[in-house]
Design a protein around this ligand. Sequence first.
Ligand SMILES: [Fe+2]
Length: 281
Amino acid sequence: MAADFDKSCHALQKPKVETYCGLVFGTFAENMPTLSDYFGPEMCGNIQRLLGRDMELLERFQHGLDGNWKLYMENVRDTYHASLLHSFMTTFRLGRLSMKGAVEVSKGGLHHLTYSIRSQDNDQGQYDAKEIRASKDDYTLNSPELLESWPEFECGTTLAIQSLFPNFSIQQLSNVITLRLIVPKGPHKSELTWWVLGAREDTPEQRAIRIRQSNLVGPGGYIAMEDGAVVGWVRRGVTGADDKKSVLAMGGRDVERISESRCNELAVRGFWQGWHGLMES
Ligand SMILES: [Fe+2]
């Protein structure tokens, strides 16, 4: 290069990086708020609840999805599909719309949290490995210890799905704590990475429970593979319908901040409101 060439004037653009509860976030956007301001207090509360302690990586999965990354984020935010799509969850009482819970959307709609609490009285909160049984059918598991769990959190939350705009999600399914990052690989392809976490303070028995339960998630999981599959089905279903529009009116039309019902499209509206706000700016 010429003698007066100044590398500092021609370097790659550096992202702004900040860490929150051990998670590293980066952005090329200028004038970004701090992560705690960006997430807001409700979202920060759940991140701290799950990850505000020494965590360890237990497993990592990665797989492709046959659709646009935004279809997957719609799925993550669709708070009523579990009882329709994930029959395992309802059959074995991991998640039902009748359970106490709520949907919270951050200001402006960018992030969401949905959670539920499995009641000890009504929903057989602490599974007895020998007595696990579906409510109306006689389905049982040959290995019922798959769903053995312990009450990990004082708040009683047994299921929590959180999305942090644009493409990150934190999930608690019983004692399985996972992170999910979806990366676009083109208009109709994306790649999903899962990290399954444990706490350093886990006893050997708790660690074994987490690892066993993690068969519920990932590309071969009893529940989570269904979410990946429907992304491709939706993509194929909407092919040729470029002039059509989605209707997201369940539970109203606005982006309320919180709903005690999880049978609505509050969080999906929030995603698209946030998305359009950014795209138009
Ligand atoms: Fe799902």
